[in-house]
Ligand binder design. Structure first.
Ligand code: NI
Length: 212
């Protein structure tokens, strides 16, 4: 009888060793994958943008390959942060002069409920003439918010029917490269001069890459 207990005991011990080994294997392999991703230095931000412009046209970022996109998420009712970001983008593009030719600024609403095509049309007039306001269904917008890892939180007001609600949101200006890949993030507080010189630096580096 003793040998039966002993073999069960060894069986259990071996099973535990195999399980721990298997677990360890999967752990290390996932670690390796994560490491590879971070070593390549490309954060997983962004993706194909497919929405509707303030002119009612389809916007597809695939059609902007070869150009840089300056992507900003916000909402037209935003009292100060969004206008600051969009004004800084406007000024940076003005400072870039001829280099701004290949840069497309886009403002993606996080508030499609209020930011209709019509209201975006009126809103973008306040900023650089190239600025495209983009909207879509709540589902489409949510998809883009997720893609760019934007933080959005609706600030609940006392009145449930209040249409003057505010949204708390992350305020990042994303520079996407000519291949649609994320290059650099600016804050809404980045000085236009600093933004322009960084973009100009990237553009001339890319130019050198093409010529060599
Ligand atoms: Ni805002």
């Amino acid at each position: 009888m003793k040998w039966v207990i002993r073999s069960i005991f060894f069986g259990v011990v071996i099973a535990i060793i195999v399980m721990v080994y298997a677990l360890y294997q999967t752990k290390t392999s996932t670690c390796a994958v994560v490491k590879e991703g971070s070593e390549s230095g490309v954060p997983l931000i962004g993706g194909p943008i497919k929405l509707t412009t303030h002119e009612g046209k389809t916007f597809n970022s695939d059609e902007y390959k070869g150009q840089y996109l300056l992507v900003y998420f916000g909402f037209a009712f935003c009292p100060d942060i969004c206008p600051t970001a969009l004004s800084n983008i406007t000024e940076a593009l003005n400072l870039l002069g001829g280099d701004s030719r290949n840069i497309q600024p886009v403002f993606i609403t996080i508030d499609p409920e209020r930011d209709s095509i019509e209201s975006l049309k009126a809103y973008v007039k306040n900023f650089h003439p190239k600025t495209l306001g983009l909207t879509g269904s709540q589902e489409d917008i949510d998809k883009h918010i997720k893609m760019f890892k934007v933080y959005v939180s609706k600030l609940e007001s006392q009145d449930k029917d209040d249409k003057n609600y505010l949204l708390d949101h992350s305020s990042i200006v994303y520079l996407m490269g000519r291949d649609g890949v994320f290059l650099k993030a600016f804050s809404h507080e980045t000085e236009p001069q600093a933004m322009a010189s960084k973009i100009s630096e990237i553009i001339s580096k890319d130019r050198r890459k093409v010529s060599t």
